[in-house]
Ligand binder design. Structure first.
Ligand code: IMP
Ligand code: MG
Length: 175
């Protein structure tokens, strides 16, 4: 079996990812000057983006993670979401930044935002590497977006298809 398969094409290259993530880190650093930030990664898709992004945030940060699973097929969000892992720390009165791989229909993030708001953070913002605005079913404000893309299914750099392709160093698209 050849890996990656021939029908997978590079869509966003490693240098493009690196440059944009550096900019996001700089922006976040400026916006949260003088604050301590809790950076929450949404597993599993966030892993590569998260680890690169936090290296460009020059602030005292607390790292935490949560796991979400959407019922339904791998490629379609049903909006019915459950926690597979909860946070390790309380976020009451904290400045919180959620780090996601992609916002598609917005259903997952909308559920997550509502849930975390009940824990009364001082502020709650979202940073997503990718956004597919054409696919939105619910309006959800995304404060920091790496790349806005069209209605394509993408894999790599943390994003999966049936659990695979997360380890690719680029964002790829199936031809
Ligand atoms: P939403 O609830 O529709 O916004 O879906 C969000 C989740 O669906 C993401 O966190 C991903 O796990 C998955 N997803 C949506 N689009 C893609 C894609 O193009 N590639 C890989 N996963 C995706
Ligand atoms: Mg997924």
């Amino acid at each position: 079996m050849t890996f990656p398969p021939a029908e997978l094409e590079e869509y966003i290259s490693p240098p493009q990812l690196h440059e944009r993530i550096k900019e996001l880190g700089k922006q976040i650093t400026q916006d949260y000057q003088g604050k301590e930030l809790v950076v929450i990664g949404v597993l599993n898709g966030c892993v590569l983006f998260y680890s690169d992004l936090i290296r460009h945030i020059d602030l005292p940060i607390i790292c935490d993670f949560l796991g979400l699973s959407s019922y339904g097929s791998e490629t379609k969000s049903s909006g019915v979401v459950r926690f597979t892992k909860d946070l390790s720390h309380a976020i009451q009165d904290k400045d919180v930044l959620i780090v996601e791989d992609i916002v598609d229909t917005g259903l997952t993030l909308s559920f997550l935002k509502d849930n975390l708001k009940t824990r009364q953070p001082r502020s709650l913002k979202i940073c997503s590497l990718l956004s597919k605005p054409d696919r939105r079913k619910v309006e959800v404000e995304v404060d920091y977006i790496g790349f806005t893309i069209g209605d394509h299914f993408v894999v790599g750099y943390g994003l999966d298809l049936d659990g695979k392709f997360r380890n690719l160093p680029y964002i790829g698209i199936f031809l």
